[in-house]
Design a protein. Structure first.
Length: 409
């Protein structure tokens, strides 16, 4: 009998937590992808980052000693235009980045015929499973897609927080607590709107109520909280309503929403001002440097690993994003950058016009300012264009170019 009494006391001591915000503080929900994308700040950040990365074209280069040559390659069409799949290149890259941020894994399947890449196929990360061996040094993986065995080098694997190079962990696995708080705050706010903003509470009665009266009170309260036309409950003598929850002002929901948004933006290394469109130049540059560039570097490394042949790797081939596209939205910055490039002889005018999709002027000259003095550091020879004079730092003699030619004759 003592055992049954103890069990009954335990049941009576159990507390049912009904308040969503209190649940968020005391427990952690399992926030899946669907719930996470209902958080406005997280959805906005992922949309902005994935759109930014997907809009940047990919190029292929070859390094020849000190020179770098841009190449035309058939794989660029797969990466920038058509993948050969139902998704075009923009959609595939966007989906890949979304999986990368949320799950820590983004996959493109490489469909090859011999050494030729015929198509690239985006694969949802939830369909890809990888089993590692137990050796911590010489790692190997058993990769399967819906149970069908594949090889890990047949994928472009974009991973975050990885320890094996193929699987990783993203926001959904690493940041459940803050996502749970933000999601439950939204649920609580939705409940307030649905119930017309009525506060929770309980009734106190001086005398014992019959079951019939209790049921009538419950029904009246349901009508009150159902946000319909009936918005009054009449309490008879001896009944008193006791509030059991705080108001939105007392709970500072607006301030908490702003704080939650800022914390979620921190998870993605971006400022909430960038998301709101109020960022200044320094904050925008910080977004590109700390948020976008690491993702681009990880993407480039994955492409170089999986899409290049070993002979191409040995010959200095590599993929790279054309980051000039990042400033094309700001026409003033773009033209200022090109002006510096032309004035510094880094680019020619027709090269700039090509980047801007304009017809070439067939202007093949490089501008040389007469005010400059040109030095060859290897020989020590100095040439002054406006005087047409040469000199050598290793000797004290200085001659004009015409006099030097006459002396040779």
């Amino acid at each position: 009998m003592g055992w049954f009494r103890k069990k009954q006391e335990i049941r009576e001591a159990e507390v049912v937590i009904d308040d969503p915000v209190l649940k968020a503080l005391l427990t952690t929900d399992n926030i899946d992808r669907e719930k996470a994308l209902n958080i406005p700040s997280l959805y906005g950040c992922i949309e902005m980052i994935s759109n930014t990365v997907a809009s940047i074209p990919i190029k292929i280069y070859k390094e020849n000693g000190k020179d770098t040559e841009e190449l035309q390659d058939y794989r660029l069409k797969l990466l920038n235009e058509e993948t050969g799949d139902l998704l075009n290149s923009y959609q595939a890259k966007k989906a890949l980045i979304r999986d990368f941020l949320l799950d820590g894994n983004g996959y493109l399947y490489i469909n090859k015929k011999g050494n030729i890449v015929e198509s690239l196929h985006y694969v949802e990360s939830r369909y890809v499973t990888a089993t590692k061996n137990v050796d911590p040094i010489f790692k190997s993986l058993d990769v399967r897609v819906l149970g069908e065995q594949k090889r890990e080098f047949d994928f472009v694997a974009l991973t975050k927080n990885t320890v094996d190079g193929f699987t990783g962990s993203g926001i959904l696995a690493d940041n459940q607590q803050i996502l749970s708080v933000a999601y439950n705050s939204i649920k609580y706010e939705n409940n307030l709107v649905r119930t017309g903003g009525n506060r929770k509470g309980f009734l106190k009665a001086k005398n014992k109520l019959t079951q019939e009266i209790i049921e009538k009170l419950k029904q009246s309260w349901r009508n009150l909280y159902s946000n319909n036309t009936e918005n009054v409950v009449v309490l008879n003598d001896g009944l008193e309503f006791q509030e059991a929850s705080n108001t939105c002002v007392e709970m500072q929901l607006n301030e908490n929403k702003k704080t939650n948004s800022e914390e979620i933006c921190k998870l993605l290394n971006m400022s909430v001002k960038v998301l709101n469109g109020t960022a200044n130049d320094a904050e925008q540059a910080d977004y590109i440097k700390n948020c976008i560039m690491p993702i681009l570097k990880a993407f480039e490394t994955a492409l170089n690993k999986s899409l290049l042949l070993e002979t191409e790797k040995d010959s200095g081939y590599y993929f790279a994003f054309d980051c000039k596209e990042l400033i094309k939205g700001d026409i003033k910055k773009l033209f200022e950058a090109y002006k510096v490039a032309v004035d510094s002889n880094i680019m020619q005018i027709d090269e700039v016009r090509y980047e801007l999709d304009l017809k070439p002027l067939e202007f093949n000259y490089i501008k040389l300012g007469l005010q400059d003095v040109l030095l060859d550091p290897k020989t020590g020879q100095v040439y002054t264009p406006n005087m047409n004079a040469t000199a050598n730092l290793n000797s004290t003699s200085q001659t004009k170019e015409g006099e030097e030619d006459e002396s040779r004759d």
